[in-house]
Design a protein around this ligand. Structure first.
Ligand SMILES: Nc1ncnc2c1ncn2[C@@H]1O[C@H](COP(=O)(O)OP(=O)(O)OP(=O)(O)O)[C@@H](O)[C@H]1O
Ligand SMILES: [Mg+2]
Length: 155
């Protein structure tokens, strides 16, 4: 991938969630965000922040075993974990009769499905930071208008 639009440093779970809360303000229905990073990087924590911002009442948990979960909020949130998907085509068989155009979707291990999803607007890559509870978040943006908004949001 090319250069990230922006690199953010998080020093806590709370801060990672807050970055998620902020980022979702530039997203609209139909947008798909890919989350990259190793096991335990903080992808699900990030989505918890997103859920909070969308007034989701249910507790967001890792969808690893169930692969995809839909949460009702101000805007619906679809949380997908592609880790266990054996093929791209399984996404189509998730039994999600959900309309992706009516929700905001976050896909953990989304590299595996990226060619399969329409409307991927961003990738957020999370990795270990300089100390134990630190993480670096690299945001890549594929939409010029949103890129401008993201820059404003975090400067
Ligand atoms: N700054 C931080 N941001 C996010 N998580 C952090 C941070 N510091 C420590 N952690 C811890 O890292 C772990 C992140 O777990 P999380 O489930 O979000 O990872 P994940 O990337 O979704 O992994 P998986 O690929 O297994 O789903 C949690 O135990 C959390 O408490
Ligand atoms: Mg996870």
């Amino acid at each position: 991938m090319t250069e990230p639009l922006i690199v953010l440093e998080s020093d806590s779970v709370e801060m990672t969630r807050q970055i998620g809360m902020k980022l979702v303000t530039v997203l609209t229905k139909g947008d798909v965000v890919i989350l990259k990073g190793d096991l335990g990087a903080g992808k699900t924590q990030f989505v918890k922040g997103v859920a909070e911002a969308l007034d989701v009442k249910d507790n967001v948990v890792s969808p690893t075993f169930i692969i995809a979960v839909v949460y009702r909020g101000r805007t619906d949130l679809i949380h997908i974990d592609a880790y266990r998907l054996e093929s791209l085509y399984e996404v189509a068989d998730l039994g999600l009769d959900e309309d992706f155009t009516q929700a905001i979707t976050f896909v953990e291990w989304g590299d595996r499905v990226v060619d399969f999803m329409d409307n991927v607007v961003m990738t957020v890559e999370i990795d270990q930071g300089k100390l134990e509870n630190f993480r670096n978040l690299r945001i890549y943006c594929f939409d010029d208008h949103k890129a401008t908004l993201v820059k404003k949001l975090f400067n």
